[in-house]
Design a protein around this ligand. Sequence first.
Ligand code: PEP
Ligand code: MG
Length: 581
Amino acid sequence: MQRLQGIAVSPGVAIGEALVMDSEGFRIPRRFVARDAVDDELERLSKAIDAAAAEIQNNREAVEKELGGQYAAIFDAHRQMLTDPKLRSELESLIRDRHYSPEYAVSRALRRYAKVFQELPGGTFAERASDIYDIEKRLLRNLLGRRREGLSRLTSPAVILAHDLTPSETANLDRNFVRGFVTEVGGPGSHTAIVAEGMEIPAVVGVGSFLTDVSGGDLIIIDGHQGVVILQPDEETVARYRHEADQQRTLAARLETLRDLPAQTADGVRVDLYGNIEFPYEVDHCVERGADGIGLYRTEFLYLSTDSEPTEETHFEAYSRVVRSMGDRPVVIRTLDLGADKLAQIPSPAEERNPVLGLRSIRMSLRNVPLFRTQLRAILRASALGNVRIMFPLITTLLELRQARMIVADVMEDLEEHKVALNRQLPVGMMVEVPAAVMMIDRFVEEVDFVSIGTNDLIQYSLAVDRGNKDVAGLYNSCDPAVLRLIELTIQATKRANVPTNLCGRMSSSTAYTQLLLGMGLRQFSVTPGAIPEVKRIIRAVSLPLCEAIASRVMGMENARDIKAFLREELKKVAPEMEQR
Ligand code: PEP
Ligand code: MG
């Protein structure tokens, strides 16, 4: 049994057989081979080495012809490493003596070498390490040959273990079979994490290197509350987690009774509790849980399901499905927030060194007006079907907001000229997720109908911490006093101007922050659908004076650790049965 600690990104317990993916996203088969298969496996290894060496030779010749001998030299180094007799005898002994499968032996041995180079001081040999990974991949490709399978065509339940999963790979996971997933990399605010939450499967990311310690078919437990992964658990541990999963089901069933009750504090203050969605089907999860509306529809995820640019009709179909399901409840459609880690399919103009500070989100929409107009036409058409609101992401300057609004007005005019039905009065709002927007909030509120605080990015940009990087995950803190001040400034300024404020970052889904945010004056929460019952349970259990006292205590504190500990205690007082999310 081995216990690993990672970052909890999607709650729940999953117990199941491991399906291990290599760094290129292909399944690595079981670790061990049968005793009587050893000779065949040695033969397979030998063939794979020969084939890989021949490939390298071919590449060498092609590059020499194109670019000359000096560029071809790198291939000589690769071939030398690959055919090194010491490496070969090590691999053979792993197969013969330990009965490792050739794939497992190759991964194990080469990654160990790569690690040695990686860890040498000064980083001088880091490139050597990537050469070794390259050889590993080449050998695996040859070993797995046509047996290479991706994540499609799963036929039985599995827990996915991978180095990384892109948001689109995550979005395409088969929910009928995937019980949960664990990745070596990834941070707390990554979009892969957001998709996992939306799909409601337990997930842990940023565990660090562990894939060589597991084999396909091993039993795995994922604890998506605590960020814990247990490899080859003993019986007692399995029993304990099965019991915990049962308890969670009981709690969820109990919370279902809140479905039709309003999100209202014990002393009668009504709060709007909305759902965040990425895919149209999630609207059903919101309806089932009695959401007051959709507070954030992340429309860029439309791009994850297709290889080509979505047409106006594709946009419209998705929006109308959501709007119709919500009846007269509000649906906030956020315009495309493409870029950074969501960009994958869209060709970027040039290699970006700093994608989160680059051409993403509203900046990309304003640079690519035809793309923006296509989406706006679809949103405006959908506005005739229900209570649609439009929201711009990553607004940093007033000029950006004005430009975006001008384009909306222009598209409206266009549609009206063609007698297309739409709601002329549709509210237009913006995300507040860049510190610059907070500093200028008193001006922004004069030009928008509502705002929504995006803490996922606000934390990243105010604390200078990459939301997708596990190595700085400990610095990515919702309850950092600087972040809390930015939120408070926003809530106060919008209140003065009578502009409704929502909070749609992941922070609002965590019951640890519900009392604090209420006390700070927040009256609209937009949360991942799975969190609606729990957040509602807290809202209904507390009274405003208590929340205000908590907020006032917290705003006087100096560091995130103390604030977190204090909030955990306060949560325990109102909901002892509820684990912090
Ligand atoms: C945010 O930044 O808090 C947010 C809600 O948007 P996203 O997570 O899609 O960047
Ligand atoms: Mg954001």
